[in-house]
Design a binder for this molecule. Structure first.
Ligand code: NAP
Length: 280
């Protein structure tokens, strides 16, 4: 008698978490690859993160994703934090190992870089200076992704100046803090502009940024995905820039996590993109 493949569970832990698109993405791949399993929402309050993570092996989970507010607190709960997640300072993927221990990884930087390559396959991080706006959690993953891709200059501007300076000190290398008021001028000579602030997100005002100094060939990306085209991306498109929205980062960060849990490398197909877009 043939032995059935094990039924595997995965999910996304957050608070709140009902809005997450991750179940649509992972359940699409589970069906596409004819796997036995499910990806579920795991609403977990901040003070229960340790109990919830320790329950994963007991409940037969292969792992889970983490979203707000657990990405940083999980660092001190898991048994091993891999080197990349250490540098980013956050965990977005938990893998339950064969012995029941928990490993924390971070796939957000990979997701961001891959989202650029999906739109512009020949894109390289060392083409020219990158301007990163915002110095929150997502910016850390974007910056580490750019650094590991070989970026030679990353100009980092944040509304609260201290954070950009602290981050530039911590990461060193190509990362240089610039004043928030200097962000318009800092676009001169840039090859990439990325917005990692929440400005332009549904319910927030547009990012206050003048694009006149940005070279015509610069790639403009916004990691926001609601709306798909932020006012920044709309303005950049009207100036003729190639633009990249945040949906690609969301879809691509899911790929290494799915591969770790289910043993299959999934793809971001047009069918998946359409399915996720239909949820907005
Ligand atoms: P976060 O840690 O809270 O950081 C928020 C950032 O926005 C900070 O740099 C903050 O600056 C800045 N900001 C807030 N209000 C501002 C204003 N009025 N003017 C200028 N800057 C302002 O958040 P996060 O986790 O990094 O997420 C940031 C954005 O990325 C969100 O829109 C989120 O949806 C998106 N995101 C997308 C993906 C994806 O997969 N596509 C993944 C993660 C996050 P201060 O330090 O001055 O407050």
């Amino acid at each position: 008698m043939a032995v059935e493949a094990p039924y595997k569970l995965a999910g996304v832990m957050g608070w709140p978490v009902a809005h997450s698109r991750s179940p649509v993405i992972h359940n699409h791949w589970i069906a596409e690859h004819d796997l036995r399993g499910a990806y579920v929402l795991l609403p977990v309050q901040p003070q229960r993160i340790e109990t919830a993570l320790r329950a994963l092996p007991v409940l037969g989970f292969a792992g889970c994703n983490l979203t707000i507010p657990h990405k940083v607190s999980a660092l001190s709960v898991v048994d091993t934090v891999d080197a990349l997640a250490q540098r980013i300072g956050a965990v977005n993927t938990i893998v339950v190992e064969a012995d029941g221990s928990l490993t924390g990884r971070n796939t957000d930087g990979f997701g961001y870089i891959q989202s650029l390559r999906d739109v512009q396959p020949e894109w390289r991080a060392d083409t020219g200076p990158a301007v990163v706006l915002g110095a929150g959690g997502a910016a850390r993953a974007v910056i580490v992704g750019l650094m590991d891709g070989g970026a030679t200059e990353i100009r980092l501007a944040n509304r609260s100046g201290g954070k950009a300076h602290d981050m530039a000190q911590e990461f060193g290398g190509p990362v240089r803090a610039i004043g928030w008021e200097d962000r318009h001028d800092a676009l001169a000579g840039a090859a990439l502009l990325v917005n990692t602030t929440n400005q332009g997100m549904h319910g927030e005002p547009a990012l206050d940024l003048r694009l006149e100094h940005l070279p015509a060939q610069a790639l403009v990306s916004d990691i926001i995905y609601v709306p798909l085209e932020t006012p920044l991306l709309a303005a950049a498109r009207l100036r003729g820039h190639v633009t990249v929205n945040g949906l690609g980062m969301l879809l691509n960060q899911a790929r290494p996590a799915f591969a770790a849990w289910f043993g299959v490398q999934p793809d971001v197909t047009s069918g998946l993109v359409a399915k996720v877009q239909a949820t907005f």
